[in-house]
Structure formats: structure tokens, C-alpha cells
Ligand binder design. Structure first.
Ligand SMILES: [Zn+2]
Length: 508
């Protein structure tokens, strides 16, 4: 028995030595022969897990597949005339060489928030929901990967988000706050970071919560930042302008960039800010760029599947810009695409449509729930518009019809019309979601009853559904392409996204 234990011990010691040797060798390799990237892109789809990118890929596949409906399971095989499903059309990052999964729980929840999960990705530590780069006591600060690369390697750093630049996910790369709602303090830390490039949605609470503090943009200018607010100014920015903050010209809800579904063709989208970022950050030392698709989350909170799909495609287009960059720098670039958590409990499949999906019906949606609230429902209230007249807009903007041929899948059933009419009546009154019945809570969450009922019905007609208005505990995918990509294969904790990056980049 004793000899056996001894043998085991010596085998273990040998294995450990072997592992240490290999690991040491790897690090050596990284430092010496170009196996460590010097241009690193980290894309985070907020609220983007498997259902979000897979529904987008399935939607794109269905749109290009002429006999997709003919191939549905409910069509008897003799009547399919050989029609087959062509399958999904992968988003850019779904074709990456390496893919893994990361679990997302934080120090207080299996359904965590963006502050704690982005903290894990940026620093390798878990904390409570709502906290940014501090421990659970709110006192000990964690240094982020972006700060370390900036300091230790003299890399340039860029932070892009389609939502507010002092919102939780972007903040997790430069700020340290016990509450994600300390927007002003986060804005001050943004300025103090000295990172070279910030771009996307406007800052929140620019004068503090009590409106009594110095304007954050003015403060940024005093600290040497060039701040722009129009697209034409942003277009002119070059690397010679030094540190820059580019605020999108067409801010929408809560001063975030517009939903992709609402964006005009000539308006800059996420991919344009990545292009400009590369122009500003490119240098011989290296750069780190974090780009967040923040409105995938917002759309999924509101259970607006079409808007989620379009924003996920916008993130894919932004990743494509990095892929094109990597083609010219193949031995120096690493691109990582992940999510921070899942939002909405989105599923491909719905209780009312069995095994069938009708994803192309989402093409009928022309506007985000948010723009519909702002531009239409507010007028219905003002003008005391009748339900029938409001439904004319609903047909134009979402395709849902009160009348039509019985085989039109967009024709509303009596049950659906009843749901819409109840929701409409509530919408044009002044409703208080805190006083909702249990039924109303489940039906509407905290969203406008009419718009959320419209998107629910359209989603369900497409054969997809949501189970929540909040985040869920699904794991997220981690796609990687370029130098060190293999490290990201496997099933691991979200703190390991940081650990793997740190190992690869030789940072302390
Ligand atoms: Zn969220």
C-alpha cells in the first residue's frame, strides 16, 4: 500500500513537472516567436447567448430559402415536392475556428447582470450583481485587462458600445464602483482612464444625479479629449487627434444608439465605429478594443425578437471589420466574440406552433418596440385614437392583420385580437405597472402593454417565444479566431475568459 502511494506521488510529481514544463514553454513561446497577439478585439453581445445568434442565423437562412415554408413538418411529405430546409446562414463569428461555452453565474445569482458578468470577463473575479470591478464588500478594486494592457504594455485601448459609454459593460473595462448606477462617477473614471478611443452612445447623467456637477463632456475636454457629437466630425477624426470620444449623432432611447432596425442607411452603425477605432488605435505596440452590442439585451428584455435579430446581425457586421483587419495581420491578431449572459429566455420554438417555424414573418416588422412607443403610442394617447385605427398602423409596421385570407399566417385570431384590444385600452390610459395583477405582470412586464403584446404575437406567429423579461442562467458562447484561439475551446467559467486572455498576453 505504502509503495503504491509512493509510486502515485512520484507519478503525480512527474506529471506536475511535465505540466509546468509545457506551460512554461508556452509562455516562453508567447514572448519570443509571435504566438502572443498584439491586436486583440473583444466583442460582447449584451444578452447574447445561443438563442440570440442562432435565431439570427436561422432567420437569415429562412429568408434566402425559397421553399422553406414548403419543407415545414406540418406539410405532409408527399406534398413537399422535394422541398428541404437549407438551414441557417452563419453570422461572421459562427465560422470561427474555435468555440467554447462559459457559465455566467455571479456571487448572488444564477441569472446575473451585466455589471458582475463584465467584471468577470474584464478581471477574472466574481462579484455581486450591480457591482463593477469591486469585491463583494464594495471596497477592494480589481484592475481590468484593458487597464493592465494600457499600463504594462503601453497598448492603446478602445471602448465602443451601442448603448451609453458609462453603462455597465463598457464601464467594466475602466471603472470601479460599488453600484453600476453611479453613472457620473463612472464617467469621471472614463475620463481618468486616458484610453485613446471611446465611441457609441451618449453618457448618462452628464451633470450628476442632482444636476449640480460639472458637465462630463466639458471635463473630458479639459483632460485633453477631443469630443465629437456629429457624424461628419467623427468621419474626420484620425490617429493624429489624440484621445477621442465620439458620440453618435442619432441618439435614441436613453441616449443609446438607435436600434439597428430603425437605423437609416447613411447613419453610422457599430461596424463604422470599429473601422474608425482601428484607424485611431493602430500602432506598432498593439491595441485592445472592446465593442459591445448593447441593444441585443434591451430588445430581449422587451421581448422584441426582430429587433434582437437585427442588432445581433449588426454585431456580426462589426466583427467582420475585425476579420478583415486580421486578414492583413494574420500572425498578430486575436478576435474573441462572446456574450455576458442571456436575456429574455428566448427560444426557437413555441407552444402554439409545434415543430413549425415561420421565421420570415419577422420581416414584416419595420420598427423597434421602442420607436413605436415613442412615435405612435404616445400620439394614440394624445389623439384618443380608436383601436381599429391604431391597428392600421400595426398592419403597416408589423404585418399583423384583422382581416384577410384564412391561410395568411399573419391574420389575427379572435383570441389575439382580444389580447391586443385589452392591451390597447390599458396603453392609452395612464397605467402603473407596479399595480398590475399577476396576469398583467406576466403579459406585459414593465413594458407598454400594446407594443409588448404586438411583438409577443408576431414572435409566436414566427414560432419563437420568450420566457422572461429579465436575464437567465444559460451559458454563453465564446468564439475565437487568430493567435491563441485554441485556448478558448471547452466548457468553463466566465472568469476564465479573463484568465485565458491574461495567459496569452503575458500580463500580471
Ligand atoms: Zn439586461
Amino acid at each position: 500500500m505504502k509503495t503504491f502511494t509512493k509510486k502515485c506521488m512520484s507519478i503525480m510529481a512527474c506529471s506536475l513537472l511535465f505540466v509546468a514544463f509545457c506551460f512554461g514553454n508556452d509562455l516562453q513561446k508567447n514572448q519570443n516567436d509571435g504566438t502572443s497577439p498584439k491586436y486583440v478585439f473583444l466583442f460582447i453581445g449584451d444578452g447574447m447567448s445561443y438563442p440570440q445568434f442562432q435565431s439570427a442565423a436561422d432567420f437569415l437562412g429562412a429568408c434566402e430559402d425559397k421553399d422553406y415554408m414548403q419543407a415545414e413538418p406540418s406539410v405532409p411529405y408527399e406534398k413537399r415536392n422535394g422541398a428541404v430546409l437549407d438551414g441557417p446562414k452563419n453570422l461572421s463569428f459562427m465560422n470561427f475556428n474555435s468555440a467554447g461555452s462559459a457559465i455566467t453565474y455571479d456571487s448572488c445569482s444564477f441569472a446575473p447582470d451585466s455589471a458582475s458578468t463584465a467584471t468577470s470577463i474584464a478581471t477574472g473575479y466574481k462579484t455581486y450583481s450591480g457591482m463593477i470591478n469591486v469585491d463583494i464588500t464594495g471596497t477592494k478594486k480589481f484592475e481590468t485587462i484593458a487597464e493592465k494592457l494600457h499600463k504594462q504594455k503601453n497598448w492603446k485601448v478602445g471602448i465602443i458600445s451601442s448603448v451609453n459609454l458609462n453603462h455597465a459593460t463598457p464601464a467594466a473595462f475602466y471603472a470601479h464602483q460599488a453600484s453600476r448606477n453611479n453613472y457620473y462617477e463612472i464617467g469621471e473614471e472614463l475620463i481618468a482612464s486616458n484610453f485613446e478611443y471611446f465611441a457609441g452612445g451618449g453618457l448618462k447623467k452628464i451633470n450628476g444625479s442632482n444636476n449640480d456637477k460639472e458637465n462630463l463632456y466639458e471635463k473630458a475636454k479639459k483632460s485633453g479629449y477631443k469630443v465629437t457629437f456629429t457624424q461628419s466630425e467623427a468621419e474626420k477624426i484620425t490617429s493624429k487627434d489624440g484621445k477621442v470620444i465620439l458620440i453618435d449623432e442619432n441618439l435614441a432611447d436613453s441616449d443609446a444608439m438607435e436600434y439597428e432596425i430603425d437605423r437609416m442607411q447613411n447613419q453610422w452603425g457599430l461596424s463604422d465605429y470599429v473601422k474608425k477605432g482601428i484607424e485611431v488605435l493602430y500602432n506598432e505596440n498593439g491595441f485592445f478594443m472592446m465593442c459591445e452590442g448593447g441593444k441585443i439585451d434591451w430588445a430581449c428584455h422587451a421581448n422584441d425578437a426582430a429587433s434582437s435579430i437585427k442588432d445581433t446581425i449588426a454585431l456580426s457586421d462589426a466583427v467582420q471589420v475585425a476579420i478583415d483587419f486580421a486578414k492583413n495581420h494574420p500572425s498578430e491578431t486575436l478576435i474573441i466574440v462572446t456574450g455576458d449572459h442571456e436575456t429574455g429566455g428566448l427560444s426557437i420554438g413555441f407552444a402554439g406552433t409545434d415543430y413549425d417555424t415561420y421565421l420570415t414573418v419577422l420581416n414584416n416588422q419595420k420598427i423597434s418596440f421602442s420607436k413605436f412607443d415613442e412615435e405612435y403610442i404616445s400620439k394614440y394617447k394624445e389623439n384618443k385614437t380608436s383601436f381599429k385605427n391604431a391597428m392600421k398602423d400595426v398592419e403597416d409596421l408589423f404585418g399583423l392583420k384583422m382581416k384577410g385570407s384564412s391561410d395568411d399566417c399573419l391574420l389575427l385570431t379572435d383570441y389575439e385580437i382580444e389580447l391586443l384590444e385589452d392591451a390597447y385600452k390599458l396603453s392609452i390610459k395612464s397605467y402603473d405597472s407596479k399595480k398590475y395583477s399577476q396576469e398583467q405582470n406576466l403579459l406585459y412586464g414593465t413594458y407598454n402593454p400594446f407594443s409588448v403584446t404586438i411583438t409577443h404575437i408576431l414572435n409566436n406567429k414566427a414560432g419563437i417565444d420568450f420566457t422572461s423579461y429579465s436575464h437567465t442562467g444559460l451559458p454563453v458562447a465564446v468564439f475565437a479566431n487568430g493567435i491563441g484561439e485554441n485556448l478558448f475551446n471547452g466548457y468553463y467559467d466566465n472568469t476564465d475568459i479573463y484568465n485565458k486572455m491574461a495567459q496569452l498576453l503575458n500580463i500580471k
